[in-house]
Structure formats: C-alpha cells, structure tokens
Design a protein. Sequence first.
Length: 442
Amino acid sequence: MTPVLSPNTQAILLLTAPLIAGRATASPDLLSPGDYKRLARHLREIQHQPADLLSPDAAEILRACQPVIDESRLQKLLGRGFLLSQVIERWQARAIWVVSRADAEYPRRLKARLREDAPAVLYGCGDMALLETGGLAVVGSRHVNDALVDYTMAVGRLAARVGRTLVSGGAKGIDQAAMRGALEGGGKVCGVLADRLEKTTMNREHRNLLLDGQLVLISPYDPSAGFNVGNAMQRNKLIYALADTSLVVSSDLNKGGTWAGAAEQLDKLKFVPVFIRSPGESSVGLDGLRKKGALPWRHPEDVDSFEDMFDVAMPTPTASPQAGFALFSNEEPTSADAKPTEPVPPDTGSAPQAESEPSASTDDVKESAQPESNPAEVLFAAVRATIKQLLRTPMKDAEVAAALDVSSSQAKVWLQRLVGEGVIEKRKKPVGYVVKQSGLFE
C-alpha cells in the first residue's frame, strides 16, 4: 500500500522534513518538532490547516503566522516543491508510504497516546493495519551474549504462536533477535526504526515479508537518515505506544536508549505495563527498573500463560481536557488509550471510568436505565450490557476490541472489571471471555 500524499502531508513535509535526495543536505530552516507544534496550534486557532499554506490565499495566511514562525522562513521551506517531487518519486519506487497527523490513516494509537507529541510525519513500508494490532514490545541492549539472543528469539516465537504482534526497534542485539524469532515463527512484526528505513526496506530478506503483510517498518525520520543517538532515544516512546504490554530483556543502569525508554514509560508515560526478564542472571539495569515499578516476566511457556501477561492492564483515567485535542479540522478525536497511571493485577474488581460508549440494542439499554451514582457508571452500564450480548459465545479481548471499535487495552480494562463483578469469566480452553451461565438471560 502506497497512499497518495494528501495536500496536508505535502505541506507538513515541506515544513519539517529534510527531503534527503542523493547527497543533498537538509535545510537549516526546517521546523523542529516544537516549532511545528506551535504552528499547528496557531493554524487551528485561526481555523486553517497546513494545506492552506499552499493555497492561492497562502500569502495572507503566512502573514497571520508571523507571530509564531517568521514568514520568510515559511516561504523558503514551502518553496521546496521540486525537491519534494523528487523524493516522492524515490519513495514510491521503493514502496515507502508517508502519512501525517492530518491523515485518517495515521495510527490511532500514536495519536491517542502521544497527542501533540506524536510525530508530525511517519514513513513506512508494509501493511499499515499492523500498527493498530497492539501486541508485545520487546526491547534490550545491542551487545548481548548468545544465551540472551536465544531467550529473546524464544519470546518472539511464542508471540507468533499466540498470534500477538511483536513490536521492537530493529536495532542489533535484542531487538533483532525478538523480531527474527517472531518472523521465523510465522508471526506479525512491527519495527520502529531510528535510521535507514530506505536501506532496510530494500533488504532482500525483508521484501517478501513486507509484501506478504507479515512485517511493517516505520520511522518518524527521513528514509535516508543515518543513525543519530537522539533519534534512537526519541523513537522509544513509539514502540511502547504501539504495544499492549512490554518486556525489557536487558538494560544498562541510568544510561542507554533501553534504560531511557523504559524509565520514561515507568515514570511518566505509563502507556503499558513494563516487564523485566526474571529468569537467568540478573543485571543492575533490570534491578533498577524493578525498583521503579517494573514487573517480573514469568517466562511463559505456553499460550495460556503468555496471554496472562497481557491481563496486567494499564487503566485509563478520565479524559483530560485535551484528550480529544485535534490539530486540524480533519483530525478526528479518538477514543483509544488516554494516558494511564498504575498497573493493576488481572481479575480485579476495580477499573477506571470508561471513555468510549459502544452502541447497544434497545433491549440492552433497559439494563442501563436504572439510576446510577455518576455519569461514568451510567456509561459503564451501557458497556456492560453490550459486552454481555457479545459474549454469549467466547471471544478473545482483541475480538471484543474490534467489535466495539476501541483499543485492546481499553477492552481489557472493561473485561477485567466485568470478571471482577462476576458477570463474565475467562476460560482457558478455548481461550476467551464468556458470560457466566447464570447471567446469560438476565
């Protein structure tokens, strides 16, 4: 899939992308992520979008943006149309697609979790649908011994066996071992690269996997960009944001990208639970993450025990005032995955207030007509009724999420609350949730 670049995406590329073609160097006038964030806010305030900067009325809009970004700087960047056409042709020849935050195809998980800090542009190759499947993020050090490589490949193979997407960073060492294990096991893999997307997609070993829909590679950086430590650090949050849970196989203490990404997840972002490898020889880095709240990975050996690791969900709090913040008129607010707080163990009765209300049949609404203590409980009553209808036959959490058009993590929060209430139960064989027999016809 190579989507046609929308006018908004073309404008955002002109403003923010280096557009590296051959030996050309990036313009020194490029807008930084902070610059673009300010411009995006300003455009929204004056009821415009990036594409309007390329319209016949652009001169007036550029003058209106002067208080935020210098008008001459914007003009210089927007004048790179010929260079943009060259790099677009190059990307299309390599089946590289580009989407921006202003596009409907932009991954909902990134927009919902990172909000304004989601990359303005994403480059990629492969099936974009894999970016919405969640899964297990596996990260770790570049320089590791054979024993850790074997261990990590086994984790990847088990993820493939269970049908969970493997998300990682594509770096040497742990990242590549996890991805290789999953791919060899016939699983799906999402690689979030910090550099050389173009070169990686042209690798003969990767081409068939990309074409067959087994692998998707993405990067927030120009497809020809080389390695940069800062870029490697920044892409870590994307790995966690695309996943449902995560495993840190190895890490240094207080240094390196693996530590920085995991620590940021534990201390600040809290998108997903962070597990650390528990079997085998420990390390000061993993011990440090444990002290920050990381959980021991119980090294599941079968499908059921692996799925249990996904039942440690991150609750979703009540949406903040900016939860639905849209940068442009065509950016729809999403209901998925607002920032969570602390992990909760499986099968507990507590759960956060629900954010998304699925549709319910007329019969189901009767159950929610009873007086409730607050709007959140009224909302959850509708959710409860709808899920009870769905689970007359066993369904996995991913199937429930798809049926309700919400994120996997949101569906799991609801399911765990209903398990705690005794409304539904989780069965081992076949794996899935189902309404308890006594409650089928209530």
